[in-house]
Design a protein around this ligand. Structure first.
Ligand code: PMV
Length: 308
């Protein structure tokens, strides 16, 4: 039996913009997906999916997961039959990098079972291969966070070479709240819509991309200075830019507004958007609790966790 684990992630800055080579700042979450693989005599694979998930998530994503698993098996040249059991404490929803966590866990479990001896870089390549099933042209930000963990500075190499990945240390972990819209969106579709919008209105949308580019550099500096007020303000501005590229939705906007009213330092959608999750920066247990309560009072589910 082989075993592997992949972290969930949250994107603090840069979803969608990273697809075009701009700086992204993702962070692994404390919760993870686990994978167990056992060899069987039947060809192909059998999937036992015991992961906790937002209602509807597994149904909407079924096709993506079938492709994800097949691609990883092919990439890692697994020929024999396998029973794959997925589990762990990561609650699967759009925006937590659930598919990347699954891809990383599965690649690690296969590596463990077949004693392949792959390092993080190779595991990350296998996980990326799996991710191409969901996003079509994934930036690699999700699988990188799922494999490496921690707070990262990520930049996709548009020439196809190695992506730039830097681990960023911050003074101490910071509380966040994730608010769940309960809606699942398809990454591939939303990424494609952004591509179309960029082609239809190049001047307007490229200006948004340029603004994001400056904002991301400021965010990196704000993290380095541990200036959380500034980080929060930049997150909220980042949400505004995501609205302009049409990847927010009314539930996400409501979650952002509710968090800010309750005192969050900043808030934005995280991940694909048009559903999925919102992240609010809420330093200190007291503020975290207050923001989570305000969100729950509006009927949404929350997760209280930390970054860094
Ligand atoms: O929804 P998630 O958590 O899988 O995040 C997708 C992030 C995108 O930037 C929208 C796509 C990508 O490949 O980076």
């Amino acid at each position: 039996m082989g075993f592997g684990k992949g972290f969930g992630k949250t994107i603090l800055f840069g979803e969608h913009f990273v697809v075009y080579g701009l700086l992204g700042i993702p962070c692994a979450l404390g919760s993870a997906t686990t994978a167990k693989v056992e060899r069987t005599s039947k060809p192909g694979y059998e999937l036992v999916d015991e992961r906790p998930a937002t209602p509807g998530y597994k149904e909407t994503k079924q096709g993506e997961y079938t492709a994800l698993i097949s691609r990883i098996l092919e990439f890692m040249q697994v020929k024999a039959g396998l029973r794959i059991t997925l589990g762990g404490d990561l609650v699967c929803a759009s925006g937590v990098g659930a598919s990347a966590a699954c891809a990383a866990a599965l690649a690690r479990a296969i590596n463990d079972e077949y004693k392949t001896g792959w390092n993080n870089e190779q595991i990350n390549k296998a996980a990326f291969e799996g991710e191409t099933a969901g996003s079509g042209t994934p930036s690699g930000i999700d699988n990188t966070a799922a494999v490496y963990g921690g707070l990262l500075l990520f930049r996709k190499n548009l020439q196809g070479g190695e992506n730039s990945i830097e681990v960023m240390k911050i003074k101490k972990p910071v509380e966040i709240v994730l608010g769940n819209t309960g809606k699942t969106s398809l990454t591939k579709e939303v990424v494609e819509d952004v591509r179309k919008l960029k082609a239809e209105k190049p001047d307007e949308i490229n200006a948004v991309f340029e603004e994001y580019s400056r904002l991301a550099e400021d965010a990196k500096k704000a993290f380095q200075n541990f200036d959380l007020q500034k980080v929060g303000a930049l997150m909220t501005r980042n949400h505004g830019l995501l609205q302009k590229i049409n990847v927010s939705c009314k539930e996400l906007d409501e979650l952002v507004e509710t968090s800010l009213k309750a005192g969050a330092f900043g808030a934005k959608l995280t991940g694909t958007g048009r559903g999925g999750l919102m992240i609010a920066l809420t330093p200190g247990k007291e503020l975290q609790e207050k923001v989570a309560k305000a969100i729950e009072a509006k009927g949404f589910e929350t997760t209280k966790t930390m970054i860094g």
